[in-house]
Design a protein around this ligand. Structure first.
Ligand SMILES: Nc1ncnc2c1ncn2[C@@H]1O[C@H](COP(=O)(O)OP(=O)(O)O)[C@@H](O)[C@H]1O
Ligand SMILES: O=P(O)(O)O[C@H]1O[C@H](CO)[C@@H](O[C@H]2O[C@H](CO)[C@@H](O)[C@H](O)[C@H]2O)[C@H](O)[C@H]1O
Length: 454
């Protein structure tokens, strides 16, 4: 009788864990880069695909401990074990002739996760569930080709036959992931602006993954924006994106309306807003020394922020052009997870919808500055800069007009609050870029001074 995963896993996991301090920091989705790792412990949440096969999978959770008082973090690590790992998949560790590797790169193992969802199956304490009404769409589609997405992501997504997309959350937080909860709510509200939710993988008090319809013929807003910014820099007479910006504004307004109806609205807690703005500042300054000279001015501005009669509700929480998909029919919003670095109660607290608006406005500027910083050198002359920045200003206006037409609230009438949220986003971005894409930090830094009115 051959040994199955049930017999092997308890002995294998501690050995894999020993290899993780070297492997984890190389992953795009690993948020603990830069902090010295002290130890990684692995526990198995569920084993799958282990019947009589030489290969098997383990949905493991890695608990990562750091030196210097940084809080412990948990990451989902779907592991594959096989004597013949998939070609090209980096091996985390060889264990007596068995390779341990990231299971998201193994077609057989990821297909098994899809099958488990389709069958509404439980593995120990892990529940694989199909959303009501969604089962028939995929339950019998075994053997569909799967591919891991190569996009720069905070999580890992696997696309099955261009029909389904399974996102496995990497950094785990206690509670139901807002991406699951909000998609369930918007599905019930029959929102036209989200991709249908088809299933989920959930453990006790934690969400491991969400399954959606894959929109194969969609293009994301960032790609459309940078393409047009480049054409504008070259002096081409184009303006399609301005209509698109208006459409994005209307879609965001419609989603805000549905979220407000489902989760309710309340007066904005301005003291909490100020605390959060200051916390973002305090977090960013030590990481990005170039912010130091703005810190006093920002602190003064955040401390003195006033916003009479502002309202709060559930929002997207991390909205930018990469989070909106243009389908042939309409704009969709994706990824309602919020900022994974914050605990779920912070992410699900009612906030001003203008935070989402500010995130999107920043993104138009980002597309413009990205072209000016990284575009073809010949664009770097005065006229190209003026054209591209005017294009971004026009896109911002169109977005606000679209939002106003869908919600009755024109964001431009709430200048102080909107500016504070844009500044907050710039601080967040400066920290994010310093940690993840240091070359890009110039983009948020460039817009800081003019937004401060200096
Ligand atoms: N339903 C979908 N249909 C098509 N593509 C999608 C869908 N959902 C997400 N994507 C693509 O997958 C990428 C990553 O998705 P996202 O939810 O933003 O992941 P993450 O939380 O890791 O950032 C997106 O940029 C988008 O291009
Ligand atoms: O990956 P997430 O969607 O969780 O978001 C993080 O990464 C984004 C970059 O991928 C980052 O967005 C910033 O860069 C975008 C262009 O790549 C730009 O459109 C956004 O406006 C800008 O904020 C986002 O901030 C971060 O949370």
């Amino acid at each position: 009788m051959s040994l199955t995963a049930v017999d092997l896993v308890p002995a294998l996991l501690p050995r894999v864990a020993r290899a993780l301090p070297a492997w984890l920091p190389q992953r795009r989705w690993f948020a603990g880069k830069g902090a010295p790792l002290v130890a990684v412990e692995l526990t198995a949440a569920a084993r799958f695909a282990d019947q009589a096969s030489k290969s098997f999978g383990v949905l493991a959770v890695a608990e990562v401990r750091y030196a210097g008082g940084k809080a412990t973090e948990r990451y989902q690590l779907p592991l594959g074990f096989s004597p013949t790992p998939p070609e090209g998949e980096p091996v985390i560790a060889w264990l007596d002739g068995l390779a341990a590797y990231d299971a998201t790169g193994d077609h057989e193992l990821t297909s098994e996760l899809l099958r488990l969802i389709g069958r509404d199956h439980d593995l120990g304490e892990v529940r694989f569930t199909a959303e009501p009404g969604g089962e028939l769409a995929f339950a019998h589609r075994n053997g569909m080709r799967s591919r891991r997405m190569t996009a720069e992501q905070s999580n890992t997504s696997i696309v099955f036959g261009d029909r389904f997309i399974l996102k496995l959350f990497r950094r785990l937080s206690d509670g139901v992931n807002p991406d699951l909860d909000v998609h369930r709510a918007l599905g019930r509200a029959e929102s036209r602006h989200v991709a249908p939710l088809l299933g989920a993988i959930e453990g006790p008090g934690v969400t491991f993954g969400v399954l959606h319809s894959f929109v194969a013929d969609a293009v994301d807003g960032w790609r459309l924006a940078v393409t047009e910014a480049c054409q504008v820099a070259r002096g081409e007479d184009v303006s399609r994106f301005l209509d698109e910006a208006r459409g994005i504004g209307a879609a965001v307004a419609a989603v805000h309306r549905d979220l407000g109806q489902h989760y309710g609205t309340a007066p904005l807690d301005l003291a909490a807003v100020r605390r959060r703005l200051l916390a973002t500042l305090d977090s960013a300054v030590p990481v990005v020394p170039a912010l130091t000279c703005y810190a006093d001015r920002l602190r003064e501005l955040f401390d003195g922020l006033d916003a009479p009669a502002a309202t709060a509700q559930r929002i997207h929480g991390d909205l930018h052009l990469g989070q909106v998909l243009r389908t042939p029919a309409r704009w969709l919003l994706i990824d309602f997870e919020g900022e994974p670095s914050h605990p779920i109660p912070v992410r699900t607290a009612a906030q001003s919808p203008l935070r989402d608006v500010a995130g999107m406005l920043r993104s138009f500027d980002y597309a413009a500055e990205h072209e000016l910083q990284f575009g073809v050198a010949e664009h770097f002359h005065e006229h190209a800069c003026a054209r591209v920045r005017q294009w971004a200003a026009d896109a911002r206006d169109e977005f606000c007009a679209g939002y106003a037409s869908g919600s009755g609230v024109d964001p431009r009438a709430h200048g102080d609050l909107l500016r504070a949220f844009e500044l907050e986003k710039m601080l967040y971005e400066a920290e994010y870029e310093t940690r993840n894409r240091p070359d890009w930090v110039r983009i948020p830094l460039r817009t800081l001074r003019p937004t401060l009115g200096e």
